[in-house]
Design a protein around this ligand. Structure first.
Ligand code: UTP
Length: 320
């Protein structure tokens, strides 16, 4: 294996792939991109852009399809709306609207065919010069004190190697994720460990660890060559995955897994969206009081329903 070249450059760019069809959210995604579905009053993609900017990223590249142009519009100024708010002295609202005008740091790259995540990353990364870059996936919204990409950038600054964000997932969900294989099995519980591979959606019995890849990556530019070598059109056995290039890449470079700190919501699923909405409501000072009251009322209703249910079940079993 080649000696890992510690690249001195800092991570300044992030790719946010957002060109997928979003079939799990049909029928809504027939007309509205999944990334524009709000968590309270902000599209979920806006929260990811926050993570990038709060991590010190200077340039954000959104990979979108031609059907999803509305995503870009969200980040561009809406002058008539701003004028309207000004004329009505709605300064607070104007502040919120202006906050979304982040076009200086946001660019769009079109992925014309939806050939999967690896292809989406390649579509943006092939325009980079020899520089490391981060990837944030919209399906994984992560609430944390230190933005997850920042946590990983700190590790990257020390290592200079590609890093994949992971967290433990429940045993029965291992077959839903890409699972990393620790190079040294006795390091698998470390916060940071080198990997010797990763398997996409392994059977639970074959999962090489309990650490799932959860939507955050930092790659050295050297990965681009391996992404280019994947045969995106020869996908008889299903979609070409990002991990499909890892085996070859690992022969030349090291990859580390980093267990990030943060609470993750699976926005790719409807229940994940619902949970994120509840948690963000409870943190929003304007509405948290009302929401808490609502949840407490619901909890007592659920409690009395379930105790009644328990009671009936016990009765049927012959209990008293
Ligand atoms: P998913 O595999 O979750 O696909 O993509 P999806 O299309 O978003 O959703 P479902 O599975 O049909 O419900 C993971 C990420 O990669 C992006 C998606 O937008 C999502 O952020 N992606 C996927 C692309 O950018 N291009 C693709 O060709 C596929």
């Amino acid at each position: 294996m080649k000696q890992t070249n510690i690249q001195k450059s800092k991570v300044k760019k992030v790719i946010i792939p957002a060109a997928g069809w979003g079939t799990r959210f049909l029928p809504m995604t027939k007309i509205i991109p999944k990334e524009l579905v709000p968590i309270l009053n902000r599209p979920s993609i806006d929260l990811l852009v926050d993570e990038a900017i709060n991590s010190g990223i200077e340039e954000i590249i959104l990979v979108i399809s031609t059907r999803k142009q509305e995503i870009m519009k969200y980040f561009q100024p809406n002058i008539p709306l701003e004028e309207e708010l000004k004329s009505k002295n709605k300064w607070e609202l104007l502040k919120h609207v202006k906050k979304t005008n982040r076009d200086a740091v946001i660019r769009v790259v079109y992925q014309y065919e939806q050939l999967g995540l690896a292809h989406a990353i390649l579509t943006a990364a092939r325009f980079f010069k020899n520089e490391p870059f981060a990837v944030i996936l919209g399906d994984d919204l992560i609430k944390s004190k230190i933005p997850v990409i920042k946590q990983m950038m700190n590790e990257y600054d020390k290592l200079g190697c590609s890093i994949i964000g992971v967290q433990n997932v429940e045993f029965d969900k291992l077959n839903k994720y890409g699972i990393v294989k620790p190079k040294n099995n006795n390091e698998k519980n470390n916060k940071l460990f080198e990997i010797s591979g990763a398997i996409e959606k392994p059977s639970i019995q074959k999962a090489p660890s309990s650490k799932a890849i959860l939507g955050r990556y930092i790659f050295n530019y050297s990965i681009v060559k391996f992404l280019e070598d994947l045969d995106y059109y020869n996908n008889n056995s299903g979609e070409i995955n990002l991990v499909d290039c890892f085996d070859k890449y690992l022969k030349e470079e090291k990859i580390y897994a980093y267990e990030f700190d943060g609470k993750r919501y699976d926005l790719g699923s409807i229940e994940g969206f619902a949970m994120a909405t509840i948690d963000y409501s409870l943190e929003n000072k304007d509405i948290s009081h009302t929401i808490k009251k609502h949840i407490m009322n619901l909890a007592s209703e659920i409690y009395s329903e379930t105790s009644l249910l328990d009671f009936n079940l016990n009765k049927n079993k012959g209990g008293k």
